[in-house]
Design a protein around this ligand. Structure first.
Ligand code: HEC
Ligand code: HEC
Length: 296
């Protein structure tokens, strides 16, 4: 009996800690130098330029446990765990992304874009102070470690294939996949300033007529809307190494990103490739898809 009470209090205390971390946003890592760098900064160095003042403080002590790789050590010493969790799989807030298993090239591009400000949607600013003190070489090491912790070996492909041009080119249409239901495609976007409207990308074969999927569950919506063409049938195997794995993302983070890509608030990297597709998906369906993806 006494033992039960004790473990009850222990687990209550643990829950309380979680709540406190969430409320405090960044207190999962309480080292002063980490807290200092976590604070959003206004100006951030762009690639190739000297990093701002915070770079001087990056030589944070690596915590006790000896890391297995340089990437893991950097992830710990730079303070990434404070928001993305100790191994990148458990975020402190539901609007923060999980990082495990992301394709290396995609992850590095996002880090660079958040650093330069090219990606500035949502909560990106929360990460700016930290990433300002991380070099591109360090980003690659961290990304390689994160890709490995996801249990996937997506990194080989990322290195072998040349990355597509970084500027917003029309979506690389996955050739040889005839669009099964052209009428279900969103009318090509209200073309964003000067950018070519993304080519509607052919969807993977849709099991049923696309119209039948409206209001359906997340899996069938995901298939019917053509998401699989770029993110893979279950959100894990991406068409290109610069595309993100979407399986297992926190629901609210995924919804926010899809809405931001739709509205143009997020327009970095290859976002334009997805815009034409997501234009044809309403908020209710986005939520249904996100809830399904989180379980994948
Ligand atoms: C203060 C919290 C915080 C810290 C510390 C932080 N990040 Fe982030 N990170 C975020 C948020 C928030 C986003 C998503 C921004 C948005 O809302 O769009 C993000 C996005 C990312 C992404 C893109 C993920 C995707 O799916 O697009 C990568 C990669 C990433 N972070 C890596 C890192 C690394 C590596 C570190 C340590 C050097 C780090 N982050 C430190 C909050 C943080
Ligand atoms: C033509 C290819 C393409 C299609 C089709 C596509 N996406 Fe994407 N999606 C992308 C790319 C590329 C990005 C990342 C943009 C960048 O920053 O480079 C992305 C980003 C995302 C993100 C944010 C991931 C993160 O980690 O931040 C989510 C969630 C997402 N897509 C879900 C979907 C869903 C759901 C569909 C179907 C309704 C879909 N996508 C259709 C290419 C595509």
């Amino acid at each position: 009996m006494g033992h039960r009470m004790v473990s009850f209090f222990k687990s209550s205390a643990a829950s309380l800690m979680v709540v406190l971390f969430s409320v405090g946003l960044v207190s999962a890592d309480s080292r002063p130098e980490v807290l200092e760098r976590i604070k959003p900064v206004g100006e951030v160095a762009v690639s190739g330029q000297a990093a701002p003042a915070s770079a001087g403080k990056v030589a944070a002590p690596v915590p006790a446990a000896k890391p297995a790789s340089e990437g893991e050590a950097l992830y710990a010493s730079k303070g990434c765990a404070a928001c993305h969790g100790p191994d990148g799989s458990k975020t402190i807030l539901p609007v923060y992304p999980k990082l495990v298993g992301l394709p290396v090239k995609y992850a590095v591009n996002q880090m660079k874009d958040i650093k330069s400000g090219a990606r500035n949607n949502g909560q990106s600013v929360a990460m700016k102070g930290i990433i300002a003190g991380v070099s591109e070489e360090e980003m690659v090491k961290i990304a390689e470690w994160l890709a490995g912790t996801g249990g996937k070996k997506a990194t080989k492909a990322a290195k072998a294939k040349p990355a597509p041009a970084p500027e917003a080119k029309p979506a690389p249409a996955p050739e040889a996949k005839p669009a099964p239901a052209p009428e279900a495609k969103p009318a090509p976007a209200p073309a964003p300033e000067a950018k070519p409207a993304p080519a509607p990308v052919a969807a993977k074969p849709v099991p049923a007529p696309a119209t039948a999927a409206t209001g359906g569950d997340g899996a069938s919506l995901y298939a019917a809307k053509g998401c699989a063409a770029c993110h893979g049938p279950d959100g894990r195997k991406t068409l290109l190494p610069v595309y993100p794995k979407v399986a297992g993302l926190p629901v609210q983070y995924a919804i926010n990103q899809m809405k931001d890509i739709k509205s143009g608030a997020r327009n970095n990297g290859q976002s334009a490739a997805m815009k034409g597709i997501v234009m044809g998906v309403d908020d209710k369906d986005l939520k249904t898809i996100a809830e399904w993806l989180a379980t994948q």
